[in-house]
Design a protein around this ligand. Structure first.
Ligand code: NAD
Length: 501
């Protein structure tokens, strides 16, 4: 059985039979339920070694010209493309999502690397000539130092790549703490960075759980923390990191609504809901888990959705015929099933019930069929909570303003979408919906790498989104210099606040 270890100072650490940290966690193949490996759980001491390695690499790396850093990113992009199948296979085996979907997540990660290839341009500063006589002002962005990334199970390649390509290209060094549920992709990404020419210590990986996270949050040499995961943990991570004087951002949970207007193209809307509701078994922070049917379109929507949900091809992620794989763990399967029980008990109409699905040959896999609820109301737990499974709730309302109120009153505000042919309604929704990412006839509006990703309300803590120019801002400190060179003007000492002129 594979032992999955750390990556510190440019090499794999602790992958031999000897586990120096003592604690481990099992890693499973969700499609069979069989244990496939064992991941080391870093002690505070191991995290200290990784931070020390990143700190030691910082002076030389931050002084490395931006063009040299960019060229490493170019080579890294090429290596990721050439190794996309290996990365996607590792993801599918530990996460469960389909192989094509895993390739999709790697591709979205590569797009951030492409963005980071432009770092010489992105770090160009500002210069203002002659702000006062003989005085110029210029601003430059400097690296913040050792950065840490703490990432969730649902995108083991893409979410780390939202962070480290930008952080590293900006001249920082990095310690990644991936999810212990699907840790292997992190090591492939680390090896490829080394192959691309990244100096040892610039990128490190510590596998682990709360102990490793706490060690990073409290370590005096960690300057910035990026977190992506659930709201409860994200709030804790943000507060703890801030209390220890670090720059912090935490992107968290979601309950994304898709508003279906009476004039929407129903075929396209239903296709969009199928992909956004059931793709990756609903384990996406941008999954649509609530469809709001406006003004009597509910019956037609349910009539078209139900047969498609019933005929979803659920199977192992490596089977090319599968449209939806298993859930990530047995515990998560039990949790999602419990939510379905609660929905039924609360009086929602279960149109398609995915509970109890058993696949021949995969009887111990963590499979759940697609589930569709109708006539869900806002007081039900299936509406209020992030289920993170293949469960779509339809809520019926009479008018657009009721749909908007649902979106805006929910505690989460990651993404929200509207499907309509009415430009006026779409524009109003875009302006008025309290969410960070809006889709207009687009169900999963994950911004491209040269924009930025982030929600509103309790879907984020901190004031910076990830990647794009927001990422550059998060991973750099601004320095602004006011300069005067001897010009022959001799004014003597001045004791009043300098003004222009
Ligand atoms: P999680 O919060 O359980 O774990 C995230 C990270 O925190 C992992 O690395 C984990 O090891 C660590 N962690 C877990 N418990 C901890 C504790 N008690 N103390 C310190 N660290 C701890 O999240 P998950 O289940 O891996 O991922 C699913 C969640 O992530 C969902 O809520 C989803 O919406 C969210 N997510 C959000 C975004 C976004 O951009 N907003 C993107 C992807 C996933």
């Amino acid at each position: 059985m594979a032992t999955i270890g750390h990556f510190i100072g440019g090499k794999a650490v602790g992958t031999s039979a000897v586990n120096t940290d003592g604690r481990t966690a099992p890693v499973f193949d969700p499609s069979t339920g069989a244990q496939s490996g064992e991941v080391l759980l870093a002690s505070t001491g191991t995290v200290g070694e990784a931070v020390a390695s990143a700190k030691a690499a910082l002076p030389a790396w931050s002084e490395t010209p931006t063009l040299t850093r960019a060229r490493i990113m170019f080579r890294y992009k090429d290596l990721l493309e050439r190794n996309i199948d290996a990365l996607a296979t590792a993801i599918t085996k530990e996460h469960g999502k389909t192989f094509e979907d895993a390739k999709g997540e790697v591709t979205r990660g590569i797009e951030v690397v492409e963005f980071a290839c432009g770092i010489p341009h992105l770090l160009r500063g500002d210069f203002t000539d002659q702000v006062a006589r003989g005085v110029d002002v210029f601003s430059a962005r400097h690296p913040v130092g050792v950065c840490a990334g703490i990432t969730p199970f649902n995108f083991p390649a893409m979410v780390p790549m939202w962070m480290f390509p930008v952080a590293i290209a900006c001249g920082n060094t990095f310690v990644l703490k991936p999810s212990e549920k699907d840790p292997s992709a992190s090591l492939i990404m680390a090896e490829l960075l080394t192959e691309a020419g990244l100096p040892a210590g610039v990128f490190n990986v510590v596998q682990g759980d709360k102990e490793a996270v706490d060690a990073l949050l409290t370590h005096p040499d960690v300057a910035a923390v990026s977190f992506v995961g659930s709201t409860a943990i994200g709030e804790y991570v943000y507060k703890t990191a801030c209390a220890h004087g670090k720059r912090a951002q935490a992107l968290c949970g979601a309950k994304n609504h898709l508003v279906v207007m009476p004039d929407a193209d129903l075929d396209k809307t239903v296709d969009a809901l199928m992909g956004a509701g059931y793709g990756s078994a609903g384990e996406r922070c941008m999954a649509v888990s609530v469809a709001v049917a406006v003004g009597g379109i509910g019956d037609a929507l349910i009539d078209r959705l139900a047969p498609k949900v019933r005929s979803l091809k659920v199977g192992p992620g490596l089977d090319p015929d599968s449209e939806m794989g298993p859930l990530v763990t047995r515990e998560h399967l039990a949790k999602v099933s419990r939510y379905i029980d609660e929905g039924v008990a609360a009086g929602a109409e279960v149109v398609v019930d995915g509970r109890g699905l058993r696949l021949q040959g995969y009887e111990n896999g963590y499979f759940l069929g697609g589930t569709l609820f109708d006539r869900v109301s806002p007081d039900m737990s299936i509406y209020k909570d992030e289920i993170f499974g293949p469960v779509l709730s339809v809520v019926r309302v009479d008018r657009y303003d009721e749909a908007l109120r649902l979106v805006n009153d929910h505690e989460y505000g990651n993404g929200a979408a509207i499907f309509t042919r009415d430009g006026d309604a779409a524009r109003a929704f875009d302006r008025d919906a309290k969410a960070g990412m809006i889709g207009i006839n687009v169900p999963i509006p994950v911004p491209v790498a040269f924009h930025s990703f982030g929600g509103w309300k309790r879907s984020i803590f901190g004031d910076r989104n990830v990647y794009g120019m927001e990422g550059v801002g998060f991973y750099t400190k601004l320095k602004t210099t006011t300069a005067r060179w001897p010009t022959g003007i001799r004014e003597g000492a001045q004791f009043v606040m300098p003004t222009t002129g």
